[in-house]
Design a protein. Structure first.
Length: 326
Protein backbone atom coordinates (compact mmCIF):
# COMPACT_ATOMS: atom_id res chain seq x y z
CA UNK A 1 0.00 0.00 0.00
CA UNK A 2 1.30 3.45 -0.83
CA UNK A 3 0.94 4.91 2.69
CA UNK A 4 3.32 7.71 3.85
CA UNK A 5 5.03 5.15 6.08
CA UNK A 6 5.56 2.78 3.15
CA UNK A 7 6.93 5.55 0.87
CA UNK A 8 8.87 7.30 3.64
CA UNK A 9 7.02 10.59 2.79
CA UNK A 10 5.99 12.85 5.72
CA UNK A 11 2.30 12.39 6.75
CA UNK A 12 -0.04 14.67 4.82
CA UNK A 13 -1.79 17.16 7.14
CA UNK A 14 -5.53 16.55 6.91
CA UNK A 15 -7.44 19.68 6.11
CA UNK A 16 -8.61 21.41 9.27
CA UNK A 17 -12.19 21.33 8.08
CA UNK A 18 -12.19 17.59 7.44
CA UNK A 19 -10.62 16.98 10.87
CA UNK A 20 -13.49 19.00 12.39
CA UNK A 21 -16.12 17.11 10.34
CA UNK A 22 -14.50 13.86 11.44
CA UNK A 23 -14.69 14.80 15.10
CA UNK A 24 -18.39 15.56 14.71
CA UNK A 25 -19.10 12.40 12.70
CA UNK A 26 -17.32 10.24 15.29
CA UNK A 27 -19.35 11.94 18.01
CA UNK A 28 -16.26 13.22 19.75
CA UNK A 29 -15.82 16.56 21.43
CA UNK A 30 -14.59 19.78 19.88
CA UNK A 31 -12.33 21.60 22.36
CA UNK A 32 -11.45 25.32 22.58
CA UNK A 33 -8.04 25.04 20.88
CA UNK A 34 -9.37 22.94 17.98
CA UNK A 35 -10.03 24.55 14.64
CA UNK A 36 -13.75 25.13 14.08
CA UNK A 37 -15.77 26.82 11.32
CA UNK A 38 -16.79 30.39 12.01
CA UNK A 39 -20.48 29.49 11.84
CA UNK A 40 -20.04 26.80 14.50
CA UNK A 41 -18.29 29.27 16.82
CA UNK A 42 -20.95 31.96 16.21
CA UNK A 43 -23.84 29.55 16.75
CA UNK A 44 -22.35 28.38 20.02
CA UNK A 45 -21.69 31.90 21.27
CA UNK A 46 -25.27 32.86 20.39
CA UNK A 47 -26.84 29.88 22.13
CA UNK A 48 -24.54 29.80 25.17
CA UNK A 49 -24.82 33.57 25.72
CA UNK A 50 -28.63 33.42 25.50
CA UNK A 51 -28.60 30.53 27.89
CA UNK A 52 -26.33 32.39 30.35
CA UNK A 53 -28.50 35.52 30.11
CA UNK A 54 -31.60 33.38 30.78
CA UNK A 55 -30.11 32.01 33.97
CA UNK A 56 -29.21 35.50 35.23
CA UNK A 57 -32.49 37.16 34.25
CA UNK A 58 -34.25 34.02 35.52
CA UNK A 59 -33.17 34.94 39.05
CA UNK A 60 -35.58 37.88 39.05
CA UNK A 61 -39.10 36.37 38.93
CA UNK A 62 -38.46 33.97 41.81
CA UNK A 63 -36.04 36.28 43.62
CA UNK A 64 -38.97 38.63 44.21
CA UNK A 65 -40.40 36.03 46.62
CA UNK A 66 -37.33 35.51 48.82
CA UNK A 67 -38.39 38.20 51.29
CA UNK A 68 -42.01 37.01 51.22
CA UNK A 69 -41.49 33.24 51.52
CA UNK A 70 -43.97 31.81 54.05
CA UNK A 71 -41.40 30.09 56.32
CA UNK A 72 -37.69 30.05 57.06
CA UNK A 73 -37.39 26.65 55.36
CA UNK A 74 -39.04 27.91 52.15
CA UNK A 75 -36.86 31.03 52.25
CA UNK A 76 -33.64 28.98 52.59
CA UNK A 77 -34.68 26.65 49.73
CA UNK A 78 -35.57 29.55 47.44
CA UNK A 79 -32.36 31.38 48.30
CA UNK A 80 -30.32 28.30 47.39
CA UNK A 81 -32.18 27.85 44.11
CA UNK A 82 -31.77 31.44 43.00
CA UNK A 83 -28.09 31.31 43.95
CA UNK A 84 -27.68 28.13 41.85
CA UNK A 85 -29.03 30.06 38.87
CA UNK A 86 -26.31 32.70 39.31
CA UNK A 87 -23.81 29.85 39.31
CA UNK A 88 -25.26 28.41 36.10
CA UNK A 89 -24.96 31.80 34.44
CA UNK A 90 -21.31 31.98 35.46
CA UNK A 91 -20.43 28.50 34.14
CA UNK A 92 -22.10 29.42 30.87
CA UNK A 93 -20.37 32.80 30.50
CA UNK A 94 -17.10 30.95 31.15
CA UNK A 95 -17.96 28.44 28.41
CA UNK A 96 -18.68 31.35 26.03
CA UNK A 97 -15.30 32.88 26.95
CA UNK A 98 -13.51 29.73 25.75
CA UNK A 99 -14.87 30.65 22.30
CA UNK A 100 -13.32 34.12 22.44
CA UNK A 101 -16.46 35.99 23.56
CA UNK A 102 -15.86 38.67 26.18
CA UNK A 103 -18.22 38.46 29.16
CA UNK A 104 -18.36 42.26 29.47
CA UNK A 105 -19.48 42.52 25.83
CA UNK A 106 -22.13 39.83 26.31
CA UNK A 107 -23.56 41.70 29.30
CA UNK A 108 -23.58 44.97 27.34
CA UNK A 109 -25.38 43.29 24.44
CA UNK A 110 -27.98 41.87 26.81
CA UNK A 111 -28.80 45.20 28.44
CA UNK A 112 -28.83 46.96 25.08
CA UNK A 113 -31.38 44.39 23.85
CA UNK A 114 -29.01 43.04 21.18
CA UNK A 115 -29.01 39.50 22.59
CA UNK A 116 -31.98 37.41 23.68
CA UNK A 117 -32.87 35.52 26.83
CA UNK A 118 -35.63 32.99 27.40
CA UNK A 119 -39.17 34.27 26.81
CA UNK A 120 -40.37 32.53 29.98
CA UNK A 121 -38.79 35.09 32.30
CA UNK A 122 -40.96 37.89 30.95
CA UNK A 123 -44.04 36.72 32.85
CA UNK A 124 -44.91 37.96 36.35
CA UNK A 125 -44.85 35.84 39.52
CA UNK A 126 -48.16 36.78 41.16
CA UNK A 127 -48.34 34.37 44.11
CA UNK A 128 -46.10 31.96 46.01
CA UNK A 129 -47.66 29.11 44.01
CA UNK A 130 -45.82 30.58 40.99
CA UNK A 131 -42.55 29.67 42.69
CA UNK A 132 -43.67 26.03 42.82
CA UNK A 133 -44.96 26.02 39.26
CA UNK A 134 -41.74 27.60 37.94
CA UNK A 135 -39.79 24.80 39.64
CA UNK A 136 -42.11 22.14 38.24
CA UNK A 137 -42.69 23.45 34.69
CA UNK A 138 -39.77 25.77 33.93
CA UNK A 139 -37.06 23.64 35.53
CA UNK A 140 -38.81 20.55 34.15
CA UNK A 141 -38.66 22.04 30.66
CA UNK A 142 -35.04 23.03 31.29
CA UNK A 143 -34.22 19.41 32.16
CA UNK A 144 -35.85 18.09 28.94
CA UNK A 145 -33.95 20.67 26.90
CA UNK A 146 -30.62 20.53 28.71
CA UNK A 147 -30.02 16.83 29.45
CA UNK A 148 -29.35 16.22 25.72
CA UNK A 149 -27.06 19.29 25.75
CA UNK A 150 -24.73 17.36 28.11
CA UNK A 151 -23.78 15.49 24.90
CA UNK A 152 -23.37 18.67 22.90
CA UNK A 153 -20.37 18.48 20.56
CA UNK A 154 -18.61 21.44 22.19
CA UNK A 155 -16.72 20.15 25.24
CA UNK A 156 -16.95 23.11 27.67
CA UNK A 157 -20.70 23.54 27.00
CA UNK A 158 -21.51 19.85 27.46
CA UNK A 159 -19.47 19.63 30.66
CA UNK A 160 -21.08 22.77 32.12
CA UNK A 161 -24.49 21.23 31.40
CA UNK A 162 -23.79 18.14 33.51
CA UNK A 163 -23.66 20.12 36.73
CA UNK A 164 -26.44 22.49 35.67
CA UNK A 165 -28.75 19.51 35.03
CA UNK A 166 -28.07 17.96 38.43
CA UNK A 167 -29.10 21.22 40.07
CA UNK A 168 -32.13 21.70 37.80
CA UNK A 169 -33.30 18.30 38.91
CA UNK A 170 -33.23 19.43 42.55
CA UNK A 171 -35.05 22.61 41.50
CA UNK A 172 -37.80 20.69 39.79
CA UNK A 173 -38.35 18.46 42.81
CA UNK A 174 -38.47 21.38 45.22
CA UNK A 175 -41.15 23.00 43.03
CA UNK A 176 -43.23 19.85 42.86
CA UNK A 177 -42.87 19.22 46.61
CA UNK A 178 -43.99 22.79 47.33
CA UNK A 179 -47.07 22.27 45.15
CA UNK A 180 -47.87 18.90 46.79
CA UNK A 181 -47.80 20.68 50.15
CA UNK A 182 -50.09 23.46 48.92
CA UNK A 183 -52.50 20.92 47.41
CA UNK A 184 -52.79 19.29 50.84
CA UNK A 185 -53.66 22.71 52.30
CA UNK A 186 -56.79 24.86 52.09
CA UNK A 187 -59.23 25.31 49.22
CA UNK A 188 -57.70 28.74 48.64
CA UNK A 189 -54.21 27.27 48.33
CA UNK A 190 -55.41 24.65 45.83
CA UNK A 191 -57.01 27.43 43.79
CA UNK A 192 -53.71 29.37 43.84
CA UNK A 193 -51.89 26.34 42.45
CA UNK A 194 -54.46 25.82 39.68
CA UNK A 195 -54.30 29.52 38.77
CA UNK A 196 -50.49 29.40 38.53
CA UNK A 197 -50.69 26.23 36.38
CA UNK A 198 -53.17 27.99 34.07
CA UNK A 199 -50.87 31.00 33.61
CA UNK A 200 -47.53 29.15 33.18
CA UNK A 201 -48.50 26.14 31.03
CA UNK A 202 -48.48 27.75 27.58
CA UNK A 203 -45.45 30.00 28.17
CA UNK A 204 -43.58 26.87 29.37
CA UNK A 205 -44.35 25.07 26.10
CA UNK A 206 -42.99 28.13 24.26
CA UNK A 207 -39.63 27.79 26.03
CA UNK A 208 -38.70 25.07 23.53
CA UNK A 209 -38.74 27.61 20.72
CA UNK A 210 -40.79 27.96 17.53
CA UNK A 211 -42.20 24.85 15.79
CA UNK A 212 -39.68 22.87 13.72
CA UNK A 213 -40.96 24.18 10.39
CA UNK A 214 -40.22 27.71 11.59
CA UNK A 215 -36.94 27.16 13.46
CA UNK A 216 -34.20 28.64 11.28
CA UNK A 217 -31.26 27.43 13.41
CA UNK A 218 -32.28 23.84 14.20
CA UNK A 219 -31.05 21.99 11.09
CA UNK A 220 -27.54 23.49 11.23
CA UNK A 221 -27.26 23.05 15.01
CA UNK A 222 -28.40 19.43 14.76
CA UNK A 223 -25.91 18.68 11.96
CA UNK A 224 -23.14 20.08 14.16
CA UNK A 225 -24.52 18.09 17.10
CA UNK A 226 -24.85 21.20 19.21
CA UNK A 227 -28.57 20.42 19.53
CA UNK A 228 -29.51 16.73 19.70
CA UNK A 229 -33.28 16.99 19.29
CA UNK A 230 -35.63 19.38 17.54
CA UNK A 231 -37.76 21.92 19.40
CA UNK A 232 -40.96 19.91 18.75
CA UNK A 233 -39.41 16.62 19.90
CA UNK A 234 -38.40 18.17 23.22
CA UNK A 235 -41.77 19.89 23.65
CA UNK A 236 -43.49 16.51 23.18
CA UNK A 237 -41.15 14.90 25.71
CA UNK A 238 -42.05 17.62 28.23
CA UNK A 239 -45.81 17.17 27.71
CA UNK A 240 -45.54 13.38 28.06
CA UNK A 241 -43.50 13.75 31.25
CA UNK A 242 -45.77 16.38 32.82
CA UNK A 243 -49.26 14.95 32.22
CA UNK A 244 -48.96 12.09 34.78
CA UNK A 245 -47.37 14.48 37.28
CA UNK A 246 -50.36 16.83 36.91
CA UNK A 247 -52.74 13.92 37.51
CA UNK A 248 -50.90 12.93 40.68
CA UNK A 249 -50.91 16.52 41.89
CA UNK A 250 -54.62 16.93 41.18
CA UNK A 251 -54.47 19.90 38.81
CA UNK A 252 -55.85 20.32 35.30
CA UNK A 253 -53.57 21.39 32.47
CA UNK A 254 -55.39 24.18 30.59
CA UNK A 255 -55.60 22.49 27.19
CA UNK A 256 -58.90 20.95 26.00
CA UNK A 257 -57.05 19.17 23.17
CA UNK A 258 -54.70 17.31 25.51
CA UNK A 259 -55.24 13.55 25.24
CA UNK A 260 -53.29 10.30 24.95
CA UNK A 261 -52.85 9.11 21.38
CA UNK A 262 -52.52 5.32 21.47
CA UNK A 263 -51.28 5.12 17.89
CA UNK A 264 -48.45 7.65 18.33
CA UNK A 265 -47.65 6.57 21.87
CA UNK A 266 -47.64 10.24 22.87
CA UNK A 267 -50.06 12.89 24.08
CA UNK A 268 -51.69 15.12 21.49
CA UNK A 269 -51.89 18.72 22.57
CA UNK A 270 -53.06 22.15 21.35
CA UNK A 271 -51.02 24.78 19.52
CA UNK A 272 -49.29 27.45 21.59
CA UNK A 273 -49.92 31.05 20.55
CA UNK A 274 -46.85 31.54 18.34
CA UNK A 275 -47.68 35.24 17.85
CA UNK A 276 -47.39 35.68 21.60
CA UNK A 277 -43.95 34.00 21.55
CA UNK A 278 -42.83 36.37 18.76
CA UNK A 279 -44.07 39.39 20.71
CA UNK A 280 -42.35 38.32 23.93
CA UNK A 281 -39.07 37.50 22.16
CA UNK A 282 -39.09 40.84 20.40
CA UNK A 283 -39.34 42.73 23.69
CA UNK A 284 -43.08 43.18 24.07
CA UNK A 285 -43.90 40.70 26.85
CA UNK A 286 -45.51 41.64 30.18
CA UNK A 287 -42.19 42.16 32.04
CA UNK A 288 -39.45 42.65 29.40
CA UNK A 289 -38.83 46.32 30.20
CA UNK A 290 -38.79 45.70 33.94
CA UNK A 291 -36.39 42.73 33.67
CA UNK A 292 -33.86 44.61 31.55
CA UNK A 293 -34.12 47.78 33.67
CA UNK A 294 -33.38 45.71 36.78
CA UNK A 295 -30.44 43.94 35.10
CA UNK A 296 -29.05 47.28 33.92
CA UNK A 297 -29.36 48.80 37.41
CA UNK A 298 -27.62 45.78 39.00
CA UNK A 299 -24.81 46.07 36.44
CA UNK A 300 -24.37 49.78 37.10
CA UNK A 301 -24.52 49.35 40.88
CA UNK A 302 -21.85 46.64 40.62
CA UNK A 303 -19.40 48.86 38.70
CA UNK A 304 -17.36 49.61 41.83
CA UNK A 305 -16.89 45.90 42.52
CA UNK A 306 -15.54 45.32 39.00
CA UNK A 307 -13.25 48.35 39.30
CA UNK A 308 -11.95 47.21 42.70
CA UNK A 309 -11.34 43.66 41.44
CA UNK A 310 -9.49 44.97 38.36
CA UNK A 311 -7.35 47.32 40.50
CA UNK A 312 -6.58 44.46 42.89
CA UNK A 313 -5.59 42.14 40.04
CA UNK A 314 -3.33 44.86 38.57
CA UNK A 315 -1.67 45.39 41.96
CA UNK A 316 -1.09 41.64 42.36
CA UNK A 317 0.38 41.40 38.87
CA UNK A 318 2.68 44.39 39.51
CA UNK A 319 3.87 42.83 42.80
CA UNK A 320 4.49 39.50 41.10
CA UNK A 321 6.57 41.11 38.35
CA UNK A 322 8.52 43.20 40.92
CA UNK A 323 9.19 39.95 42.83
CA UNK A 324 10.36 38.22 39.65
CA UNK A 325 12.68 41.14 38.74
CA UNK A 326 14.29 41.30 42.26
N1 LIG B 1 -37.12 32.60 24.17
O1 LIG B 1 -34.15 28.62 15.31
P1 LIG B 1 -34.61 28.56 16.73
C1 LIG B 1 -33.58 27.88 32.37
C2 LIG B 1 -35.13 32.43 19.45
S1 LIG B 1 -32.76 28.85 31.26
C3 LIG B 1 -36.37 33.53 23.54
O2 LIG B 1 -35.44 27.40 17.12
P2 LIG B 1 -32.40 27.62 18.37
C4 LIG B 1 -33.80 28.33 33.74
C5 LIG B 1 -33.83 31.76 19.05
O3 LIG B 1 -32.78 32.13 19.93
C6 LIG B 1 -33.71 28.60 29.77
N2 LIG B 1 -35.86 33.33 22.29
O4 LIG B 1 -33.32 28.72 17.69
C7 LIG B 1 -33.15 29.43 34.25
C8 LIG B 1 -33.66 32.28 17.65
O5 LIG B 1 -33.23 33.64 17.66
P3 LIG B 1 -31.75 34.10 17.16
C9 LIG B 1 -32.91 28.87 28.58
C10 LIG B 1 -36.14 32.16 21.68
O6 LIG B 1 -31.28 28.33 19.02
C11 LIG B 1 -33.45 29.87 35.53
C12 LIG B 1 -35.09 32.31 17.13
O7 LIG B 1 -35.92 32.41 18.27
N3 LIG B 1 -32.49 27.63 27.99
O8 LIG B 1 -34.04 26.91 31.92
O9 LIG B 1 -32.07 26.54 17.39
C13 LIG B 1 -34.43 29.24 36.28
C14 LIG B 1 -35.44 31.09 16.31
O10 LIG B 1 -35.43 29.89 17.11
C15 LIG B 1 -36.91 31.16 22.30
C16 LIG B 1 -31.61 27.62 27.00
O11 LIG B 1 -31.15 28.66 26.56
C17 LIG B 1 -37.42 31.41 23.57
N4 LIG B 1 -38.17 30.52 24.25
O12 LIG B 1 -33.34 26.97 19.49
C18 LIG B 1 -35.06 28.13 35.78
C19 LIG B 1 -31.22 26.27 26.49
N5 LIG B 1 -37.01 30.13 21.45
O13 LIG B 1 -30.78 33.60 18.20
C20 LIG B 1 -34.76 27.65 34.50
C21 LIG B 1 -30.26 26.32 25.34
C22 LIG B 1 -36.35 30.47 20.35
O14 LIG B 1 -31.51 33.40 15.85
N6 LIG B 1 -30.87 26.85 24.13
N7 LIG B 1 -35.83 31.68 20.47
O15 LIG B 1 -31.80 35.59 17.10
C23 LIG B 1 -31.52 26.09 23.24
O16 LIG B 1 -31.69 24.89 23.41
C24 LIG B 1 -31.98 26.75 21.96
O17 LIG B 1 -31.28 27.95 21.80
C25 LIG B 1 -33.53 27.02 21.91
C26 LIG B 1 -33.82 27.73 20.58
C27 LIG B 1 -34.27 25.71 21.94
C28 LIG B 1 -33.97 27.91 23.05
Amino acid sequence: MNTPAATGAPPQPRSLESAFEDTIARDQRVEPRDWMPDGYRKTLIRQIAQHAHSEIIGMQPEGEWITRAPSLRRKAILFAKVQDEAGHGLYLYSAAETLGADRADLTEWLIEGRQKYSSIFNYPTRTFADVGVIGWFVDGAAICNQVPLCRSSYGPYGRAMVRVCKEESFHQRQGYELLLTMMRGTEEQRAMVQDAVDRWWWPSLMMFGPPDDNSPNSARSMAWRIKRHTNDELRQRFVDMTVPQAEKLGVTLPDPELRWNEERGHHDFGTPDWDELKRVISGDGPCNAERIARRRAAHEEGAWVREAATAHAAKQAARASEGAAA
